[in-house]
Design a protein around this ligand. Structure first.
Ligand code: ADP
Ligand code: MG
Length: 628
């Protein structure tokens, strides 16, 4: 509870006690009025001030205005009728404030929950200076600095392990509690917790560019992207509140006039004004205004807890309508870790060919190039490589020791006008050319991720109509993977631009409200991520560009998370619709009862606060996603 909430609780307590005690005091007339004003102003002064401010700023119609008019009106009515019955006005204010208090407590609680979950912000980095460890602000650590991460500490900045071996707890990032073993040479990302050994890490990014900072930015900015439902609610409130105020005014004025002029009956102003005031109390739209954003907020928080970062509530909404899921192959459905299976038609020694390949690939972040560098196994002397060019979807060319080297697929060879020998093995083929002459090919193969098949099955089960795989890889390798995973459609040998075109064709095939999601690792597919209705990126392995271009980021690269993300979004949207229907439904019933004179102000405020509390509790359910 924060200070403001505590203060409010005290005000609620004082007003409630006075409200119960005052009927025992035998005061009449003005004295009675003055006495009752004490609890009324104690509990309601801020609402009155806000309403006045709203009128001054010409933003009249909000719930503060409704409450102020209703209660001031009730007090005026009691004065006019000389019955001294001020209790109702005070009670309305009191219950309204109780509802507000509850709502701010719930919002605060879920906000705290989310930031606790996201408690990944490191406070310091240990930098070794003259044999001493010094704690410095992570912001001040430059790229390439060697930092020390001790057991129990958070990894503050992304980097490469130089010395030491340990186990990392990545659960704050991925929502998964499986620890990860690391040793010298491994890349580690900030936000993980170092569990066992001391690590010396050379930083590869600045703090502001590191994974933790990116994630925190995402989460902090998520609530600024509004969903259609949220926009609907604000538009609704803008029209609704003036409309009910108008209706209340009509209710107060028209029936008495009709009675007087048309039917010759006494006007009965008092009871019609009372009905109009009751009508105003009932009409307060707080349950909707509060619970819809809260539901989305909780849904995004719940997803974050599961290792799924959703960049805004609009994406949660889109995700819930996903009908087609398009996958990139390498790094998304497969691990992107290629093993060398064979080397064919090479006149060089195998090691020499791999060396040329690894050197030529030294600047690429493509999974293929990383795998070739791993296969080479030795430190790469970048000084030997110049003129590196990477051609997306084709391969690379470079000069190694001054000699032209090309490594890539047959498209690359065609481009260079070098005829290549086709290969009959399954797998991905890296053709090599040295000094303009064909130099054989390296056969490499990738394995599918352990959960890919299950992921496709789960997607089908959660109602996704079609799954598609796009890849720049050979038809043979692509078809084999697709068949193994049970994917509906495969398109292979695509250049990055072809992938965009293919996604556009698929977009044109959508039925009804259905949405298309593209899942990629961001190597060569950032444009497609942007083109799809919703772009989902693999966060741990994926490139920064992908994380930026994507709308949803899966922290642990597990394709099973896609189905989970869809289920989380459906649950959240379900809650949003339940709240809309429930709140508007109860409101309408009460409004009719109020207009007919059946509901009094007590019932009105109970209905209002009750609906709000139920709606808020329902909204908070969106936070719980563990068993989805
Ligand atoms: P995917 O769609 O499977 O992610 P890409 O579009 O990234 O594949 O690449 C398609 C093909 O282009 C690869 O299968 C490979 O043959 C070739 N290629 C791309 N980048 C490289 C590279 N750095 N080195 C060698 N070959 C590459
Ligand atoms: Mg790719």
């Amino acid at each position: 509870m924060n200070k403001k909430q505590k203060k409010m609780l005290v005000r609620i307590g004082i007003a409630a006690i006075l409200l119960l005690a005052l009927p025992q005091v035998p005061a009449e007339g003005l004295a009675r009025f003055a006495l009752y004003m004490i609890p009324y102003l104690t509990i309601g002064y801020d609402i009155l001030l806000k309403a006045a401010k709203g009128i001054k700023n010409r933003q009249i119609f909000d719930e503060n205005f409704l409450m102020a008019v209703a209660t001031v009106g009730a007090i005026a009515l009691a004065l006019y009728q000389k019955n001294g019955d001020y209790t109702e006005a005070i009670a309305v204010m009191l219950f309204y404030q109780i509802g507000e208090w509850f709502q701010s407590y719930a919002v605060g609680k879920s906000r705290r929950n989310i930031s606790e979950l996201m408690d990944i912000r490191p406070d310091y980095a240990n930098v070794e200076q003259e044999g001493q460890l010094e704690q410095v602000d992570p912001d001040e650590v430059e790229i390439g600095t060697v930092i020390v991460v001790q057991p129990g500490e958070k990894v503050p900045i992304d980097g490469v392990v130089l010395e030491g071996a340990s186990t990392l707890n990545t659960s704050a990032l991925t929502g998964e509690s499986l620890p990860r073993d690391i040793q010298a040479g491994d890349e580690i990302v900030s936000g993980c917790i170092n569990m066992t050994g001391v690590l010396k890490v050379r930083t590869t990014r600045e703090f502001g560019e590191s994974t933790v900072s990116k994630i925190l930015d995402l989460v902090e900015n998520a609530s600024s992207r509004k969903s259609r439902s949220e926009n609907f609610i604000s538009r609704f409130a803008r029209v609704y509140t003036p409309a009910v105020c108008g209706a209340a005014l009509a209710l107060a004025v028209l029936p008495p006039l009709v009675r007087m002029a048309g039917m010759g009956l006494p006007a009965d102003w008092g009871s019609w004004i009372y009905r109009a005031l009751t009508f105003l109390v009932i009409s307060c739209p707080c349950a909707l205004v509060i619970s819809i954003p809260l539901s989305f907020f909780a849904g995004i928080g719940g997803a974050g807890k599961a290792g799924i970062l959703v960049k805004g509530s609009n994406y949660l909404e889109t995700l819930s309508q996903t009908g087609i899921v398009v996958f990139d192959k390498t790094g998304t459905l497969t691990q992107g870790v290629f093993e060398v299976n064979g080397i064919h038609h090479s006149e060089l020694e195998n090691e020499r060919l791999i060396e040329y390949a690894a050197l030529a690939e030294s600047a690429s972040s493509h999974p293929i190039s990383r795998s070739l560098q791993r296969a080479y196994g030795k430190e790469i002397d970048r000084g030997r490589v110049t003129d590196i060019r990477e051609i997306s979807g084709n391969g690379v060319t470079a000069k190694v020791d001054g000699v032209e080297v090309a490594a890539g697929n047959d498209k690359l060879m065609n481009r260079l006008g070098i005829s290549c020998i086709p290969c009959h093995s399954a797998g991905t083929i890296i053709h090599m050319a040295i000094d303009g002459a064909y130099a054989g090919h390296i056969v490499i193969s990738d394995v599918v991720k352990p959960h890919s098949e299950e992921a496709i099955r789960l997607l089908k089960k959660s109602g996704v109509r079609k799954t598609v795989m796009l890849t720049g890889d050979r038809k043979k390798a692509a078809d084999q993977t697709a068949a193994q995973l049970g994917i509906d459609e495969v398109y292979s040998e695509l250049l990055p631009a072809d992938k965009v075109e293919q996604v556009e064709k698929l977009l044109a095939e959508k039925r009804g409200k259905e949405k298309l999601a593209f899942v990629g690792d961001g190597i060569n597919d950032a444009p497609v991520l942007g083109r799809a209705d919703i772009g989902i990126a693999m966060g741990a392995m994926g490139s920064d560009a992908a994380i930026e271009a994507a709308d949803v980021v899966l922290m642990d690269d597990d394709p099973m998370q896609i189905a989970k993300a869809i289920r989380i979004s459906r649950k959240c949207l379900g809650i949003v619709y339940q709240n809309i229907v429930f709140a508007i439904g109860i409101k309408l019933i009460c409004l009719v009862l109020g207009a007919l004179g059946i509901a009094n102000m007590w019932l009105a405020i109970f209905a209002d606060v009750g609906v709000m509390i139920l709606a808020v509790l329902n909204a908070i359910r969106a936070l719980f996603v563990k068993n989805l």
